[in-house]
Write a protein that binds this ligand. Sequence first.
Ligand SMILES: NC(=O)c1ccc[n+]([C@@H]2O[C@H](COP(=O)([O-])OP(=O)(O)OC[C@H]3O[C@@H](n4cnc5c(N)ncnc54)[C@H](O)[C@@H]3O)[C@@H](O)[C@H]2O)c1
Length: 352
Amino acid sequence: MKELIIEGKNGKSRILTGECIENLENYFPGKNVIFITDENVKRLYPGVFENKPVIVTGTGEKIKTLDTVSMIYEKLLEARADRSFFIVGVGGGIVCDIAGFAASTYMRGLRFGLVPTTLLAQADAGIGGKNGVNFMGYKNLVGLFSQPGVIICANGFLRTLPGKEVLCGMGELVKYAVLSGEKMFTFLRDNYEKLLNLEDEAVDHIVMESLLIKSEIVNRDERESGERMKLNLGHTTAHAIEKIDSTISHGEAVAAGLKMAAIISYQQGKTGIDTCQKIFDLVDRLGIKDISGLSASSIKDAMLHDKKRDGDFINYVMISDIGNTEIVRTGIGTLHRWIDSAIPLLNKNRIE
Ligand SMILES: NC(=O)c1ccc[n+]([C@@H]2O[C@H](COP(=O)([O-])OP(=O)(O)OC[C@H]3O[C@@H](n4cnc5c(N)ncnc54)[C@H](O)[C@@H]3O)[C@@H](O)[C@H]2O)c1
């Protein structure tokens, strides 16, 4: 088991990886603990919730709404939860985001912890202190920054994860590998079969690498005023794609967003063709579904309310090299022109 600490202005998070499911209850003793999970995780892991108060949500992005948060507030009221209570979100990124948001806003904030149960949530969504819900189709439009007290990653959960969800996590892992550098990128490329088979050692290693790079960035810039924007690599396009087609998973959209960032960075002279090719090769090697048939106009429309937008400007993350990215503040019109030139190549899954 390994431990990592994030010291944020909004509190300290203790992160544990390589823990066992059986040990979870040692971390959340006492009667004032309420679990939040989704119906899949509740069904697959009944033992985790045995004899414990639990609030169960539905599944999918469609339930990541204020209605679900409202249902959670009602259940907390029914349970007479007050500020002495501790909330534990057990589930994928959706449960982590909703549980964090509900806990941080109910009575102006209860203490909470997270037990991420998908690869994506362990490597990414569970940490960093961002939480929230979708609103009118816009991803994560409503939310806040608030650090969970503890985050526990147990790889026992990943054994039941459907292949599609494993690939979803891989999309974010490629992003972290591009941000981190050659060491993590090469590990991901050389060990992708072990990772796809969820071999403990390889998964523990890559989850920790991903948490290290994310926590380094978050520690330096918790509220996304500068360097943390780098974590949005690939996400400007990814969020637009998810808005256009809800059947596309977050990981698939992120993988397409990374290819888009690679093409734009190459076309705008920020990176060489080799770096671009490496990113395409890794995404394709992992077997993440290719997205084609995208229209530049629908991407541009869907980006209209991007949270990262600053008036007529947006901070777009360009790739200079593996391990070297740059936040470029650009006019929306310019970004639109970049998208126009990049989309035909993305649709053909080619660099030039
Ligand atoms: N807060 C952040 O920093 C951050 C970062 C990245 C992504 N996110 C958010 O995370 C969400 C995506 O997370 P996700 O990919 O984990 O999706 P998810 O939460 O929808 O989980 C995917 C599916 O797997 C099921 N599941 C969960 N654990 C399981 C297990 N152990 N075995 C079998 N099935 C299991 C869930 O019920 C769900 O059907 C998005 O809403 C995204 O915006 C947040």
